[in-house]
Design a protein around this ligand. Structure first.
Ligand SMILES: Cc1cc2nc3c(=O)[nH]c(=O)nc-3n(C[C@H](O)[C@H](O)[C@H](O)COP(=O)(O)OP(=O)(O)OC[C@H]3O[C@@H](n4cnc5c(N)ncnc54)[C@H](O)[C@@H]3O)c2cc1C
Ligand SMILES: *[C@@H]1O[C@H](CO)[C@@H](O)[C@H](O)[C@H]1NC(C)=O
Ligand SMILES: *[C@@H]1O[C@H](CO)[C@@H](O)[C@H](O)[C@H]1NC(C)=O
Ligand SMILES: *[C@@H]1O[C@H](CO)[C@@H](O)[C@H](O)[C@H]1NC(C)=O
Ligand SMILES: *[C@@H]1O[C@H](CO)[C@@H](O)[C@H](O)[C@H]1NC(C)=O
Ligand SMILES: *[C@@H]1O[C@H](CO)[C@@H](O)[C@H](O)[C@H]1NC(C)=O
Length: 505
């Protein structure tokens, strides 16, 4: 019934907890001040609400201990919270869906975490062209509401991922070939600024802020309290996932790269990604390709754009499913509780050989990690995600986004490295090896004259220079906009943990 899911076959693990936290009295004071201003909206350690808020996808985030969680119920509450935190100079962060990987991305040790989960409205406009979504929603909540009405938005592919973080960093969707990324399909953002002031940002109002929010993240300009997304009619999608033995990677890569380089551009309904992974449940390395098509091919047929892939014989798994967005996104949901790290870079799609060579780099990386992990759980993934020219073209609408991608650069490929593990003793090694791997990929890309170097925020490692990778001009423009909307630099100072303009030199 459901498509093959890598995640569904993986065991879930208990979340490891450590006692940490350097609680300062000023943060404690802020928590008690907030609980006077907003009774019932502040949760302290030991409470049920606190435990509920402290549920994060990555164990590295769940291990931190915020002094308190604040759970605003309205935009006005968010305004009170942000004004209080910036006035008292208290370190804080914001949690949308809590799916970022590294420690401190949306939780804090000893600071205040603003949990937006109670801002969970979903409202479809009468003309069915706009869906207004509260920032505490997950994509499953959105798709369940929209599937029912035969509608969709350009949103996340995986059920429990948050609407907020995904949309603020970019947002790769099943529907990107036609519409661009999630951030390119926001009609309006409602934003609470550092001062507590509430403003809107759209192509017609506060255009500079609108541009900065399209891929620049939230932590430099404000907390988004409502996303108005463009909706369109959508029925079931076609999907196919094939799994081959890992040893076939060198054979398969050129065909996948050919689709990314030459075919996707011709078919706006097509979407695909490619994975090499080590999966003990399959007895070792595997090569996986996932294909999606937003309109249905004739019964039993494969959309022509993906036909070249059918020549590979004897897949270990070959699963075709026609289903709604909710069903497809649930099928690839990922369990909570593992330690996680992500990192990525982007290269130009010119030569299939580059991608074969990157896979060989991954082989060497894999060897080091598996050796170190011994018999503890370690699940590494190398993922290729195309950014076809039609996606980049759609990114240019309404003044463009902050990412610095130009149609003449394309097609591009995101090279994404993600690792899941259980043993805390491996933390440093995995971070270091991941950094080294990305550096090697970038060096190799240079040799193939395929350098782009754009780092996709939503897959980035903590030490990656994401905002600089948007290009000098965009970086300078982001700084100027951040200074305008937060003239005292309070968010740069107090909002901790995510990619901030002030952290880059
Ligand atoms: C299983 C899985 C599947 C994924 N699938 C996709 C995919 O299909 N496409 C894709 O593009 N990406 C995907 N991602 C990456 C995803 O986009 C990022 O992890 C994203 O940050 C998740 O958003 P979140 O709200 O859950 O994260 P959070 O960790 O809650 O937030 C991320 C960052 O955004 C900030 N933030 C959160 N809410 C707000 C707000 N309202 N205003 C201002 N700042 C805010 C936080 O402070 C934090 O810095 C996936 C990730 C996972 C783990
Ligand atoms: C969002 O969806 C999840 C999973 O179906 C559900 O548990 C949760 O209650 C939903 N949230 C809201 C606000 O409906
Ligand atoms: C989505 O598809 C599933 C499986 O066919 C079905 O059970 C569910 O009702 C559908 N959701 C909506 C909202 O139509
Ligand atoms: C990739 O293919 C090469 C050549 O067949 C093989 O040596 C290597 O082990 C494969 N990598 C993985 C992860 O399976
Ligand atoms: C997967 O199965 C379908 C039929 O269900 C077939 O058309 C297709 O060729 C198969 N794919 C591969 C890679 O074997
Ligand atoms: C892992 O290996 C160690 C020795 O190398 C052994 O003591 C331990 O029992 C093993 N654990 C599991 C879960 O197999």
């Amino acid at each position: 019934m459901v498509p093959f899911s890598l995640w569904a076959v993986l065991p879930t693990f208990a979340i490891q907890t450590v006692t940490a936290s350097s609680s300062s009295s000023i943060t404690k004071d802020a928590c008690s001040l907030l609980s006077q201003l907003l009774p019932e909206e502040v949760a302290i350690p030991g409470s049920e609400t606190y435990a509920h808020s402290n549920n994060y996808w990555s164990a590295l985030q769940a291990e931190l201990e915020a002094e308190c969680f604040v759970l605003p119920r309205s935009t006005e509450d968010v305004s009170i919270v942000i004004k209080t935190l910036t006035c008292t100079n208290v370190p804080f962060t914001v949690k949308g869906g809590g799916h970022s990987a590294f420690a401190g991305a949306s939780n804090t040790n000893g600071g205040v975490t603003v949990d937006l989960s109670r801002l969970n409205d979903i409202t479809v406009s009468d003309d069915e062209k706009t869906v207004s979504i509260g920032p505490g929603n997950r994509w499953i909540n959105v798709s369940e509401a929209l599937d029912r009405q035969g509608l969709a938005v350009v949103g996340g592919r995986v059920a429990s991922v948050g609407v907020s973080g995904l949309t603020l960093g970019g947002g790769i969707s099943y529907f990107s070939g036609r519409y661009g990324w999630a951030c390119d399909n926001v009609r309006n953002y409602e934003v609470v600024l550092a001062s507590g002031k509430i403003v809107n940002a759209s192509p017609k109002e506060n255009e500079d802020l609108y541009w900065a929010l399209r891929g620049g993240g939230g932590s430099n300009v404000g907390v988004v309290t409502r996303f108005d997304l463009a909706a369109f009619a959508q029925g079931d999608l076609w999907s196919n996932t094939v799994v081959f033995p890992g040893a076939m990677n060198q054979t398969i890569i050129p065909t996948f790269v050919d689709i990314a380089q030459n075919r996707l551009q011709e078919d706006a309904d097509a979407h695909t990604y490619f994975i090499i992974s080590y999966q003990p449940t399959f007895g070792g390395p595997i090569t996986v390709a996932s294909f999606y098509h937003a309109s249905l091919p004739d019964e039993g047929k494969v959309p022509p754009v993906f036909e070249s892939f059918q020549k590979f014989p004897n897949p270990l798994v070959n699963s075709t499913v026609v289903a709604n967005v909710s069903t497809l996104s649930r099928a690839i949901d990922e369990p909570y509780g593992l330690r996680q790290t992500w990192s990525d870079t982007t290269v130009k799609v010119k030569s299939p050989e580059l991608f074969q060579k990157i896979a060989l780099l991954f082989d060497a990386h894999l060897e080091v990690l598996l050796e170190a992990a011994g018999n503890t759980t370690l699940l590494p993934f190398l993922v290729y995600q195309p950014i076809s020219v039609n996606i980049i073209e759609a990114m240019q609408k309404n003044g463009g986004n902050a990412l610095g991608l130009h149609p003449e650069d394309g097609p591009l490929m995101i090279i994404q490295l993600t690792t899941k593990w259980t043993d805390p003793q491996l933390d440093q090694l995995i971070e270091d090896e991941s950094e080294r791997f990305i550096a090697k990929v970038e060096k190799l890309a240079k040799e193939y004259d395929a350098t782009k170097g754009y780092v996709y925020m939503n897959y980035a490692g903590q030490s990656q220079d994401v905002l600089r990778s948007y290009g000098d001009a965009n970086f300078a423009r982001l700084k100027k906009i951040a200074n305008k909307w937060d003239p005292k630099g309070q968010l740069q100072r107090d909002w901790k943990g995510y990619f901030q303009l002030s952290e880059t030199t």
